[in-house]
Design a protein around this ligand. Sequence first.
Ligand SMILES: C[S@@+](CC[C@H](N)C(=O)[O-])C[C@H]1O[C@@H](n2cnc3c(N)ncnc32)[C@H](O)[C@@H]1O
Length: 256
Amino acid sequence: MKMSRRADIDAALHDARVAAYLPGQFVGQESFMTADAVLALARNAGIDADTRVLDVCCGIGGPGRLVVRTFGCTYSGVDADAEAVALARELATGLPCTYSVGSVPPLPAGTFDVVLLLETVLAFHDKRALAAAVAAALDPGGRFACTLEAGMPLTPAESAVMPAAETVWPVPLAEFTKTLADVGLSTVSIQDDTATQLQVVTALLAQFTAHRDRIAAALGTSFTDGLLESHRLWRDWMSSGRIRKFALVARRMTKP
Ligand SMILES: C[S@@+](CC[C@H](N)C(=O)[O-])C[C@H]1O[C@@H](n2cnc3c(N)ncnc32)[C@H](O)[C@@H]1O
């Protein structure tokens, strides 16, 4: 059977990812977060067995499966990539997870106790539209739990070298928390995960470089060059302080 592009990528990068993370820390995430960081953020957001979670930009769903297995919460994932959602569904067989395909905003209909958004805030140029959609999907007291790529917007020179730069929109932390407050989301916890994520991206870069020929045979030279270049840039930007990575929880206030 022909695999989808997303399944091809997952398969081709799997061994390098397993080797890059410390034991137990790779759970199918497509990011620099460790399993421990996913669980810490979920705990900070108060996820338990009674929580209705919406995982926005769930990708192939690794962090979501970890959260469902750990806390027994009710879980829905949404992603714009139909192939990612198909793979997420397949990988979650036997778990009480539902998925939909959709480009956010808008969010899927309904209200939730927690909206998760892991490692993808940077893809949204209009953070206010994103934040407003998240706030509207939360009941009062509900929580938005996300990771943030914090820093000034890319310069033209930085955009020129970053693969898929049209999906890379960092924002200063204070500007982001103000945007959240403007739509009725009050930030209640901020954790600086830069040091841990720097270790992960450094290890991923080393493993992708070691597996380069095999990855290129499966996915092509151009994809592989972009993969390595983007990881080099993230490593350099995190080690220099150009970008910091935060895990953040904001609570929906009764009135905006
Ligand atoms: C880096 S992956 C992160 C996946 C997952 N959250 C994780 O941590 O493993 C980013 C995902 O966001 C999805 N995405 C990006 N922009 C989106 C949008 N506007 N609406 C829905 N999905 C989006 C992409 O298709 C991709 O699957």
